[in-house]
Design a protein around this ligand. Structure first.
Ligand SMILES: NC(=O)c1ccc[n+]([C@@H]2O[C@H](COP(=O)([O-])OP(=O)(O)OC[C@H]3O[C@@H](n4cnc5c(N)ncnc54)[C@H](O)[C@@H]3O)[C@@H](O)[C@H]2O)c1
Length: 408
């Protein structure tokens, strides 16, 4: 007779950007889901039906399921009361750009003694290749009956609840039974479920994010090459992509940052003993873009004694997530050159940030850090604007070559 559990699913890290939308989506399918997280401060919001961060369409769903099929706790023991245990805590790289393994190791030490019976542990965090097998070996020592699977998350941040139902789900496990069990769970979200061996599933996720990161890097490198020679890259971009299907998905230049693409590319680099040359090249290009923008600006205006403003500190448009945002690197570079740097963001409240109007009024030059849609309607009062994204509907400072010998 199958074992009975108090909860269908426990999501460890369930208050986070990936864990919460997944918890909501499964609870909305009628499964009894318990979020287990150390971030207790997020619980007050979640339990009142409010999202702690932006995710399109998530809040009404959360309000529908909270305290009905969705619950939250800080108690790690709930993992032992759940049929499926999904782990989706952060998996960053360390100061050497190698995977930081301690967090997951500590989690295994905590989770292991709580496991009982025929539970399925699903690793949903992005993993350094081989980690699923390593964790399986650790957890099997606590409970030989446990199955450990890896089912990567591939949503775009901010659109998770939407994409959980539209993207295919990749599942992996070490036995046919484990694969069947995780497939059953993810078929609640989509019929399109694809099974792979764990190592291939781990590589699928890292290859996907590294490919995106490299795509952004080539756009950024072309932008810099064009800029170095006084050419307008955005005009070149229009010519390249106009009615030319083979370049239909060619990205525009812009800051490629955030909590995933950089660190996942570095995980793959570490996995290949630093032989992932394209990945490292992409990192140098993407991380160098703020410096390039400031250097190009200096060719057109003297920043000494001037005030610079950065509009948009999130890592991407219409997001409230500032993790690893290159706008903060831009601020650091500008602080070395300008008299003062003002920052503003439509979605992030942070000490020292100023309102958009004040930023525009007080800045001698304005950089678009994140192209939040509402910035399109702002009155920039004729101030010089640096818009790497080419998102504003008027010509900006770097779209034409610097006039010979004339610095503003
Ligand atoms: N953010 C994305 O768009 C995205 C997309 C795909 C995959 N991923 C991957 O998903 C994973 C999580 O990313 P995220 O953006 O959701 O991170 P996050 O920081 O938003 O969420 C992680 C959550 O884990 C919690 N946590 C940390 N340690 C814990 C512990 N020991 N016990 C219980 N809870 C703990 C944190 O409090 C937090 O709520 C990462 O591996 C990331 O690479 C993220």
């Amino acid at each position: 007779m199958p074992e009975s559990f108090e909860y269908d699913v426990c999501v460890i890290g369930g208050a986070g950007h990936v864990g919460l939308p997944l918890s909501i989506a499964l609870a909305d399918k009628g499964r009894k889901v318990i979020i287990q997280d150390i971030n207790q401060s997020a619980f007050a919001l979640i339990e009142s039906g409010k999202m702690p961060f932006l995710d399109k369409g998530a809040e009404p769903m959360l309000a529908r399921v909270i305290n009905k099929t969705l619950f939250a706790t800080t108690d790690p023991a709930v993992a032992g009361k759940s049929r499926y245990v999904i782990v989706v805590i952060g998996t960053p790289v360390d100061g050497h750009l190698n995977p930081e393994l301690r967090t997951l190791n500590r989690l295994c030490d905590e989770l292991g003694p709580n496991l009982r019976g025929e539970q399925v542990v699903i690793l949903r965090s992005t993993l350094y290749p081989g980690t699923t097998e390593r964790i399986r070996n650790i957890l099997k020592k606590f409970n030989p009956k446990v199955e450990v699977c890896f089912c990567p998350e591939r949503i775009a941040q901010g659109k998770a609840v939407e994409e959980l139902h539209t993207l295919p789900q990749i599942v992996s496990g070490f036995t046919p039974d484990a694969i069947e069990q995780v497939s059953d769970l993810f078929r609640l979200l989509t019929k399109d479920v694809l099974a792979l061996p764990p190592l291939e599933a781990e590589l699928t996720k890292l290859f996907t994010n590294s490919y995106r990161y490299i795509q952004f890097a080539i756009a950024n490198q072309f932008y810099m090459i064009a800029g170095d020679y006084g050419a307008d890259f955005h005009r070149v971009y229009e010519a390249m992509t106009h009615n030319y299907p083979r370049l239909a998905d060619f990205p525009r230049p812009g800051f490629a940052s955030g909590p995933c693409l950089f660190k996942d590319t570095m995980q793959l680099s570490a996995f290949t003993n630093n032989k992932f040359f394209l990945g490292h090249g992409a990192m140098l290009i993407n991380e160098g873009l703020p410096n390039f923008l400031v250097e190009q600006t200096k060719k057109r205006m003297n920043l000494r004694g001037k005030w610079a403003g950065i509009l948009g500190m999130a890592f991407k448009a219409d997001s409230d997530d500032k993790r690893d945002s290159l706008s903060y690197k831009l601020r650091k570079v500008l602080e070395m050159e300008a008299a003062s740097v003002l920052c503003s963001d439509a979605y992030i409240r942070e000490e020292g940030f100023v309102a958009e109007e004040r930023l525009i009024a007080d800045s001698d030059v304005i950089f678009i850090g994140a192209p939040h849609a509402r910035y399109k309607d702002l009155d920039f009062k004729g101030k010089p604007v640096v818009d790497v994204w080419d998102f504003l509907p008027f010509p900006t400072l770097l779209t034409s070559a610097p006039a010979q010998g004339s610095i503003i």
